[in-house]
Design a binder for this molecule. Structure first.
Ligand SMILES: CC(C)(COP(=O)(O)OP(=O)(O)OC[C@H]1O[C@@H](n2cnc3c(N)ncnc32)[C@H](O)[C@@H]1OP(=O)(O)O)[C@@H](O)C(=O)NCCC(=O)NCCS
Length: 172
């Protein structure tokens, strides 16, 4: 599969759909797309990153971004950062082809595990990953909160006071 050089513009344009469907409410601004483009350029120089495209003639119809990462329990695992097939070609097996390629690339880098993150709302992608043998190993949980800006440290001292109050109540 060809590497990304020369396909950057199409790949960046794909991200509008990737991010706006996987992160409901998110809007891919021009600045976001510029930042993404910069990340792609930086990653191109890294031996720990592999970026590939699916090509149909002169057209870019898919994208795969792979990475070697370390975690607290694994010094090196493969990570699928981005997988994309243009809407017109979905359901024809290209997603599976990209996953097979991802596995082969990761294995050729000497790693024995591949991971990825998926949004719960993306049933199609999750269906594909499960069919391909991926299992859910951890679940990321989120909760929206109201941000507050402490003005003079009074927020912290209020919290500290509450902790002290509870601890002393336990000791009484
Ligand atoms: C995810 C994506 C790459 C899949 O590509 P694809 O070419 O359609 O995938 P395939 O044709 O190889 O596989 C389709 C598989 O998806 C699953 N699938 C399809 N529709 C589904 C649905 N509505 N619900 C659950 N699973 C579904 C099936 O397992 C299907 O396999 P099958 O045809 O053997 O039944 C593509 O949908 C895409 O680019 N989405 C936008 C980008 C994105 O969200 N990427 C994932 C970020 S985590």
């Amino acid at each position: 599969m060809p590497e990304i050089a020369g396909h950057g513009r199409a790949v960046v344009e794909f991200q509008r759909e990737v991010y706006e469907t996987n992160f409901p409410g998110f809007v891919a601004t021009p600045q976001f797309l510029r930042d993404y483009s910069q990340q792609l350029r930086t990653a191109l120089d890294s031996p720990a990153e592999g970026m590939f495209v699916l090509q149909d003639g002169r057209e870019t119809v898919g994208f795969l971004w792979l990475s070697l990462i370390s975690t607290m329990i694994d010094p090196c695992i493969g990570y699928i950062k981005n997988i994309y097939v243009v809407p017109e070609l979905r359901g024809e097996g290209y997603g599976k082809l990209l996953l097979q390629f991802a596995e082969d690339w990761c294995a050729s880098q000497g790693v024995s595990r591949v991971s990825l993150d998926a949004s719960c709302c993306n049933e199609r992608a999750i269906g594909l990953y499960e069919k391909w043998g991926f299992k859910t190993s951890r679940v990321r949980m989120e909760k929206a909160i109201e941000p507050r800006t402490p003005v003079d440290g009074s927020e912290e001292s209020g919290f500290a006071e509450e902790v002290r109050r509870r601890l002393s109540a336990r000791l009484d």
